[in-house]
Design a protein around this ligand. Structure first.
Ligand code: DP6
Length: 365
């Protein structure tokens, strides 16, 4: 069994026959989405990433989750009522129930608890912003808080580490949303105490990267043709997978150095290589698929041309979708938002662009 998992199970076993100090109450957390610079793509059973990843935590794109809980020893499995933007949502409720059932091995009280959950996102669905990252990290933070209210804080376990561990079990990228600015998840030679079990805040970040911006071009709001879960699965038979995992580790090592020394040019170089490598993996899977659209390619070409002409530090990254994340330092905001409005807006569905940037992580409500 993994080290941290063991620690969490040991901690839970200490209060197996103890009654919770609190049996009902209310908690709320707001948690952000994130955009990966080095991508997590491919995993092993138990939400173990095939390579380490590094992301920027967003500021504006967040999920707000409010949770009422009622503990009763008579209840034998978790119950969930779930409302998304004020409307009951059975599909999400079942998914959360499954997630909670999985977590009850770590927090046995979950099996005896009824949850009433209300959640909302500040960003539109299918916008290319990872809603699973913000939603699962907000849920994990709520559960960790209830756990502390019921059984007290275990001084041997950090709140964030535990929240990141539980968020990961819901969605890998959610593990990184627990930390502000930049976070790293997965064992890598380049980051001190990195782990496959939880994310860590990037240990050293040059101040030139503080306040990075992310303007998201909504090329299309349509549902993705292939889900990320299937995409991860297809990596198992991708003939280039091994090379990809090695290249990702190399990019992690380079990027961690760059994040320390503040070289924006190299940052952009690595980021764009990662975005294109991710989509190359999609194209070379069996069956192969393409999530980029003509507007995606046109935007990339215009961004690169603008960079060559102006020398400004502007680069792009892509998530598992067609929408383009434009990343640039806050100091260049005026010039770059002008360029986006004049040259890129026309490529977006209903001219939609979401302006976001680096955020400081989850917040208790
Ligand atoms: C392309 O975290 O959504 O956004 O663990 O199956 O929930 P699950 O996958 P998920 O995959 C994210 C893939 C990515 C890259 C990244 O965020 O690192």
């Amino acid at each position: 069994m993994k080290t941290f998992e063991k620690k969490i199970r040991q901690s839970a076993s200490q209060h197996l026959d103890g009654k919770p100090a609190v049996t009902q109450g209310h908690v709320g957390w707001e948690s952000p989405s994130n955009i990966a610079i080095v991508k997590y793509w491919g995993k092993y059973p138990g939400q173990v990433p095939a390579n380490a990843s590094l992301s920027m935590t967003l500021r504006e794109s967040v999920t707000r989750t409010m949770m009422d809980f009622y503990f009763s020893e008579k209840r034998k499995k978790p119950g969930v009522d779930f409302e998304f933007h004020g409307a009951a949502h059975q599909g999400f409720a079942r998914r959360i129930e499954k997630y909670l059932t999985g977590l009850s091995g770590f927090m046995p009280w979950i099996s005896h608890t009824k949850f009433t959950i209300r959640s909302e996102n500040t960003f539109p669905h299918s916008s290319g912003i990872a809603s699973s990252a913000s939603a699962m990290s907000a849920l994990a933070a709520c559960l960790c808080e209830i756990d502390e209210q019921m059984f007290g804080k275990d001084p041997a376990i950090e709140f964030e580490q535990k929240a990141s561990f539980f968020a990961r079990l819901g969605s890998g990228s959610a593990a990184r949303s627990i930390y502000g600015r930049m976070a790293e998840w997965g064992i890598t030679a380049s980051c001190g105490d990195s782990s496959d079990e939880y994310a860590i805040p990037l240990p050293e970040l040059h101040p030139d990267f503080f306040g990075l911006k992310d303007s998201i071009l909504i090329i299309t709001t349509g549902e993705k043709e292939v889900s990320s879960s299937l995409g991860h699965d297809l990596m198992r038979s991708n003939p280039y997978a091994k090379l990809r995992f090695e290249a990702a580790e190399e990019n992690m090592q380079r990027l961690c150095n760059v994040m320390r020394n503040g070289d924006l040019g190299q940052f952009i170089d690595i980021m764009e290589n990662e975005a294109l490598s991710l989509h190359a993996m999609m194209m070379t899977s069996s069956p192969g698929y393409l999530l980029m659209k003509p507007g995606t390619l046109e935007a990339i070409s215009r961004i690169r041309k603008f960079r060559a002409q102006t020398g400004l530090a502007i680069g792009f990254t892509l998530d598992a979708g067609a929408n383009v994340h434009i990343i640039y330092p806050g100091q260049q905001e005026a010039a770059i938002t002008n360029f986006i409005a004049s040259d890129l807006e026309e490529l977006c569905e209903e001219k939609t662009i979401i302006h976001d940037g680096m955020g400081m992580g989850p917040r208790k409500l």
